[in-house]
Write a protein that binds this ligand. Structure first.
Ligand SMILES: *[C@@H]1O[C@H](CO)[C@@H](O)[C@H](O)[C@H]1NC(C)=O
Ligand SMILES: *[C@@H]1O[C@H](CO)[C@@H](O)[C@H](O)[C@H]1NC(C)=O
Ligand SMILES: *[C@@H]1O[C@H](CO)[C@@H](O)[C@H](O)[C@H]1NC(C)=O
Ligand SMILES: *[C@@H]1O[C@H](CO)[C@@H](O)[C@H](O)[C@H]1NC(C)=O
Ligand SMILES: *[C@@H]1O[C@H](CO)[C@@H](O)[C@H](O)[C@H]1NC(C)=O
Length: 483
C-alpha cells in the first residue's frame, strides 16, 4: 500500500471481546440536524440478521489462496491464478463476477539477485540479504562492484561526491510517508549525481534483518533495499574507514540484480451482489488483489479483500435483500501504478453520462493490514464525503452492537486509500474502516517475506468482516442521495 491515510489512523483501545451472538434491541432512529435518519429501520432489520451469524471460515480461505498460489505481483502467474481461483469461488457464491481488462501496463519481474561485501578481509564474500526495488533496471550480468557512500537524505546527495559509487541512503525512520518518498526517488536523484547504483534502508521502523521492497521510479541506475541492520553495518564500516582507511577498509560491494520489464494486459476483479430496489446504485467494498512478489501478500491486501468478501457472505447468508448493489472489488496493480483503479474510474465516468448507467454512490477500501476494528474514517476532501460524515457518525453512535464492540467512532479526514482515491477525486464519497493497527506492527512485515497469513489473526479478520458489513449496510439502506 501507499498508505494515503496512514498517519490519521484512529488508534483507540477497542472493546474487542465481550462478543455476543444474541441480537441487540433495535435502536430508535438517530437524528441529524433534528431529522431522523431515513431508512434506519431497514439498516437495523438487515444488520440484526447479519450480526448473529458466525464466521464462514474466512481465514482458512485466505490461507488456502495464499498457500496455493503465493504472492500476486501484477503480471505474474500468482496473480493470474489467484484471480481465477477467487473469481470461481465468488461465482460459486452466486455473485455476478467480471474480470475487465486493464490494458497495456508495465509489469516488472524479479530475477536472481545478490549483494556481496568484498572489502573486509575477515569477512570475505559476505552476503547481505537484498531485494531490488520494483521497476529497477537490472545490473549488467557481471554486476556492479563499487565503493559504498552513505547519505542520510536525498538532499545530502548535493553535498556528497557519489560519482562512480554505490549510494547507500540510510535515513532515520520518521514515518512511512517520508520513507516511501525516498524509496520512489532515490534512483532518479542519485543518477543525476553520477552514482552507479543506489541501495536504500528498508522502509520499516522494526526489523529482524529482513529487506522490504516497494516501488522505485524507473531510472538509468539500479535500485535495491537492504535491512536497517545491514544499512547501519555498511555505514559503520564507512565511518571507521574515515578514521583510518588502512586499518579499516572502506566498504566495497558487488551488486547483481536481474529482472524483466514489459507491458501486459491484466484484469480487475469485481463481484456484485445485486440490489433489490436500487440495483444501479453501487456501493463498493474491498481492497487490492495484487501484492509485492515476496511473502504472500496476505495482509497487504488480501486480508482486507477477504474480510469484504466475508461481509457479502454474511449478507447473503442472512437471507436479506439490500436496496443497493454491493460490489466487491479486487483492484489490480495498486502496488505498481494503480492502473486498475484508474481504468475503472474511466468506466465510472462513462456510466455517469448514460441516463440508465450505474451510479457509484459510496466506495470503501481498507489497505492497512488487519487489526481489531475501531470505527470508520470518511474522506472529507469532497463535498459528498462532508455530507455523508454526520450520517455515518449518527449511525455508528446509535447501533447497540457496534457500540458494545467499540467500533462506532466515525471521523472525517484523509481516509481515501489509494485505489478509491481516484473515485474520491471525481466526487464519489469514499471511506476506510479504521483499526487498532500500529506502524510498528504493520511495517514490520509490509512488502517483505514476512507478509504471510501468520500475521493475520482469525478473530480480527472476522471482526473486520462484521464491521465492513455494518458500514456497507448503512451505505446501502439509508434513504439518502449520497451523491
Ligand atoms: C446539517 O446542518 C448544517 C448547517 O445548516 C448543514 O450544513 C448540513 O448539510 C446539514 N446536514 C445534513 C446531513 O442535513
Ligand atoms: C453482470 O454485471 C455486468 C457488468 O456490471 C452486467 O453487464 C451484466 O448484465 C450482469 N449480469 C447479470 C447476470 O446480472
Ligand atoms: C506501457 O504502458 C505504459 C502505461 O500504460 C504506457 O505509457 C507505455 O506507452 C506502454 N509502452 C508500450 C511499449 O506499449
Ligand atoms: C540539489 O540542488 C539542486 C540545485 O542546486 C536543487 O535543484 C535540488 O532540489 C537539490 N536536490 C535535493 C535533493 O535537495
Ligand atoms: C557515522 O558517522 C556520522 C558522523 O559522525 C554519525 O552521525 C553517524 O551516526 C554514524 N553512523 C553510524 C551508523 O554509526
Amino acid at each position: 500500500m501507499l498508505a494515503r491515510t496512514f498517519g490519521l489512523a484512529f488508534f483507540t483501545a477497542s472493546a474487542f471481546g465481550g462478543a455476543t451472538h444474541a441480537a441487540s434491541v433495535p435502536a430508535s432512529a438517530p437524528t441529524v440536524n433534528g431529522t431522523a435518519l431515513a431508512g434506519w429501520a431497514d439498516v437495523q432489520k438487515a444488520w440484526l440478521a447479519v450480526q448473529m451469524l458466525p464466521d464462514s471460515g474466512v481465514w482458512d480461505r485466505l490461507a488456502e489462496m495464499t498457500d496455493t498460489f503465493g504472492p500476486r505481483k501484477i503480471g505474474s502467474a500468482g496473480y493470474a491464478n489467484s484471480l481465477k481461483w477467487l473469481s470461481d469461488q465468488l461465482r460459486a457464491d452466486g455473485l455476478n463476477v467480471t474480470n475487465p481488462d486493464v490494458p497495456n501496463i508495465p509489469t516488472w519481474a524479479r530475477g536472481p539477485e545478490s549483494l556481496t561485501l568484498k572489502s573486509q578481509p575477515n569477512r570475505p564474500n559476505y552476503n547481505i540479504p537484498v531485494l531490488a526495488l520494483g521497476s529497477s533496471i537490472p545490473t549488467p550480468k557481471s554486476g556492479i562492484t563499487a565503493a559504498v557512500v552513505p547519505v542520510t537524505s536525498l538532499a545530502e546527495l548535493n553535498t556528497t561526491d557519489v560519482h562512480g559509487k554505490i549510494v547507500l541512503v540510510n535515513y532515520p525512520w520518521t514515518g512511512y510517508g517520508a520513507a516511501s518518498r525516498i524509496r520512489a526517488l532515490a534512483a532518479e536523484t542519485a543518477q543525476g549525481f553520477g552514482a552507479k547504483a543506489v541501495i536504500i534502508r528498508s522502509a520499516t521502523p522494526v526489523s529482524q534483518r529482513t529487506p522490504h521492497t516497494g516501488l522505485s521510479r524507473r531510472a538509468n541506475i539500479p535500485a535495491a533495499a537492504i535491512s536497517p541492520e545491514d544499512a547501519n553495518l555498511l555505514h559503520r564500516l564507512y565511518n571507521r574507514s574515515l578514521i583510518d582507511a588502512h586499518k579499516y577498509p572502506a566498504p566495497v560491494v558487488s551488486l547483481n540484480l536481474a529482472s524483466t520489464y514489459r507491458n501486459e494486459t491484466t484484469h480487475n476483479l469485481f463481484a456484485t451482489l445485486e440490489g433489490h430496489t436500487k440495483p444501479k446504485e453501487i456501493v463498493i467494498i474491498g481492497g487490492h488483489l495484487d501484492s509485492w512478489d515476496v511473502g504472500a501478500g496476505a495482509a497487504d491486501d488480501a486480508g482486507n479483500l477477504f474480510a469484504a468478501w466475508e461481509s457479502i457472505r454474511l449478507i447473503q447468508k442472512a437471507g436479506i435483500k439490500l436496496k443497493r448493489s454491493i460490489r466487491l472489488t479486487g483492484w489490480a496493480d495498486e502496488e505498481s501504478g494503480s492502473s486498475g483503479a484508474a481504468e475503472y474510474t474511466k468506466y465510472v465516468q462513462s456510466e455517469t453520462k448514460k441516463p440508465d448507467g450505474e451510479r457509484h454512490v459510496f466506495a470503501i477500501e481498507a489497505d492497512f493490514g488487519i487489526a481489531a476494528p475501531t470505527g470508520f474514517g470518511v474522506a472529507t476532501d469532497n463535498e459528498a464525503g462532508v455530507k455523508a460524515l454526520p450520517l455515518f457518525q449518527a449511525a455508528g453512535a446509535a447501533d447497540p452492537f457496534i457500540n458494545a464492540k467499540g467500533w462506532g467512532a466515525v471521523q472525517g479526514g484523509d481516509y481515501a486509500e489509494v485505489d478509491v482515491s481516484f473515485l474520491d477525486d471525481i466526487g464519489v464519497p469514499v471511506a476506510a474502516p479504521t483499526t487498532a493497527m500500529t506502524s510498528d506492527r504493520y511495517f514490520a512485515f509490509h512488502h517483505s517475506q514476512g507478509d504471510t497469513v501468520d500475521v493475520v489473526k482469525r478473530d480480527e479478520l472476522f471482526a473486520n468482516a462484521q464491521a465492513i458489513a455494518f458500514w456497507a449496510i448503512v451505505a446501502s439502506e439509508l434513504d439518502v442521495a449520497w451523491i
